[in-house]
Design a protein around this ligand. Structure first.
Ligand code: FAD
Length: 462
């Protein structure tokens, strides 16, 4: 009943931390109330990518003639698409169970609550309560969909992401509220599958945290794909008394009513910090997040927090990196604090978006003199051959010292290309060094080299 480390939550924060801690020689237990793998494997990153893959294959089939091929009687089976996604999530969760065993990590099934004296109380579904102690406790309880008071979720007509990936039948029409990564990915999935989709965004642009050029291109692509885009618009209320849902939307031109079968609320997340004992232990929470130092210690020694419950970007790779940093520090290793300015963010719709570092507007605001380069995929041999010419790579450098301030990409497969910029920035690479790095031909990645060349007036293929 005594461990070196007890982790509450087995998402990409908790389970990755557990494995690294075990590698470092700690005796570890993880408390989990649902399925191993957390939101990411069961309800987030992985099942959504499975859905998006089905949509992509379906889209290819619909445009098969563009590739000199023929396919007849193309059809879809929505139920089978959902089942495939669930099967993939289940398989990934089983994979985590295997990794736990391999790393000799105990799984404590049930709801975990921290107590004073570095104790964790675990209550099983059947109501059995057991108390465990540990030298260190790591809270990795993650998050859930945020519910706005004016858009109450009933789980049938007004839904959140879990329901959106397990609907019993395909809706004919869908309103998506919020155009961050989650909203954008579901909008793309359902639109490609044949649902009439309207996306409503409060900010002036879709994917509003991205560089403005990316947002504009994304909006063009969404409109071209047939999605109705409403920006500068906010859903004021929803009425579910009729057959479907009626949303009252405030726009610059006044109020309008939108009707659909279903409304998906994708307006952000809420940390799972209720009833886990934070108040009893005296752990400080600010604006829905547990406050931690550079090594994830809360204000109370021996208690740590990582992942979506802390203030960094709510992303799987951030949760994992935070946990690894936390336990490496606990093991006495020399470990650097995470650079949150160098975290890549990705949206897996079509076109994909991937970015890292400052947007052009942020870099100008920060007072830098800039060298900005852009290379469109329409000028790329690989993109032309693949029939994926939409999009571009945009790079931003500090004109004075050559620092790579930001990299923003939109197009097919860019989520697999952004790591070059993340690594380059980590190694303090200059534009000149990127230019002198030979990129393979023909690849989409050549666009990075060409965008950098454009920034320095040396672009070849434009
Ligand atoms: C639809 C969707 C798509 C996403 N796509 C991506 C993506 O492509 N890339 C990306 O990087 N991020 C993505 N995310 C975000 C990513 O899923 C989260 O950032 C990540 O899962 C956070 O990891 P975590 O370990 O902090 O928490 P979680 O993954 O939320 O895991 C927390 C775990 O703790 C458990 N738990 C909670 N409270 C208790 C308790 N008291 N006792 C016991 N167990 C408890 C929960 O059951 C859960 O299993 C997506 C999210 C969603 C919703």
């Amino acid at each position: 009943m005594k461990y070196d480390i007890i982790i509450i939550g087995s998402g990409p924060g908790g389970y990755v931390t557990g494995i690294r801690a075990s590698q470092l020689g700690f005796k570890v237990a993880i408390v989990e109330k649902e399925s191993l793998g957390g939101i990411c494997l069961n309800w987030g990153c992985i099942p959504t990518k499975a859905l998006l893959k089905s949509a992509q294959v379906y889209d290819y089939l619909k445009h098969v003639d563009e590739y000199g091929l023929k396919a007849e009687a193309i059809d879809k089976d929505f139920d089978a698409v959902i089942k495939r996604s669930r099967g993939i999530a289940d398989g990934m969760s089983k994979g985590v169970a295997f990794l736990m065993k391999k790393n000799k990590i105990d799984i404590l099934d049930g709801f975990g609550k921290i107590k004073v004296g570095k104790k964790v109380e675990v209550t099983t579904e059947a109501g059995k309560v057991t108390e465990y102690t540990a030298d260190n406790i790591i809270i990795a309880t993650g998050s859930r969909s945020r519910e706005l008071p004016n858009i109450p979720q009933d789980g049938v007509k007004v839904i959140e992401y879990r329901k959106a990936m397990t609907l019993p039948s395909q809706p004919k029409s869908l309103i998506v509220v919020g155009s961050g990564a989650i909203g954008a990915e579901f909008a793309h999935f359902y639109n490609t599958m044949g649902t009439a989709v309207t996306i409503v965004e409060f900010q002036p642009n879709l994917v509003p945290i991205e560089d403005i050029d990316i947002s504009k291109q994304f909006e063009r692509s969404f409109k071209k794909a047939g999605i109705t885009v409403m920006t500068n618009a906010s859903v004021e209320s929803v009425d579910t008394s009729g057959e479907g849902v009626v949303a009252t939307v405030k726009t610059k031109k006044g109020e309008i009513k939108l009707e659909a079968d279903i409304l998906l609320s994708a307006v952000g997340i809420k940390s799972n910090i209720e009833n886990i004992g934070l108040e009893d232990v005296g752990i400080i929470v600010d604006r829905d997040k547990i406050l931690v130092n550079d090594y994830y210690q809360t204000n109370i020694p021996g208690y740590y927090a990582i992942g979506d419950v802390t203030p960094g970007q709510a992303l799987a790779h951030v949760a994992s990196a935070e946990g690894i940093t936390c336990v490496e520090k606990l093991a006495g290793l020399h470990t650097e604090p995470i650079d949150y300015g160098n975290v890549p963010g990705c949206t897996y719709a079509t076109p994909e978006i991937a970015s890292v570092g400052m947007t052009e507007a942020k870099a100008r605001e920060a007072g830098y003199e800039l060298k900005v380069g852009k290379f469109p995929f329409s000028a790329s041999g690989k993109a032309t051959a693949a029939g994926t010419k939409d999009g571009f790579v945009k790079v931003i450098f500090d004109a004075k010292y050559g620092e790579w301030l930001g990299c923003h990409m939109i197009g097919a497969g860019v989520t697999d290309m952004i790591a070059e910029a993340v690594l380059g920035r980590k190694l303090e690479t200059t534009g000149h060094e990127v230019l002198k790095t030979i990129h393979p031909h023909p690849t989409m990645s050549e666009a990075v080299m060409e965008a950098v060349a454009d920034a320095y007036g040396e672009v070849i293929h434009l």
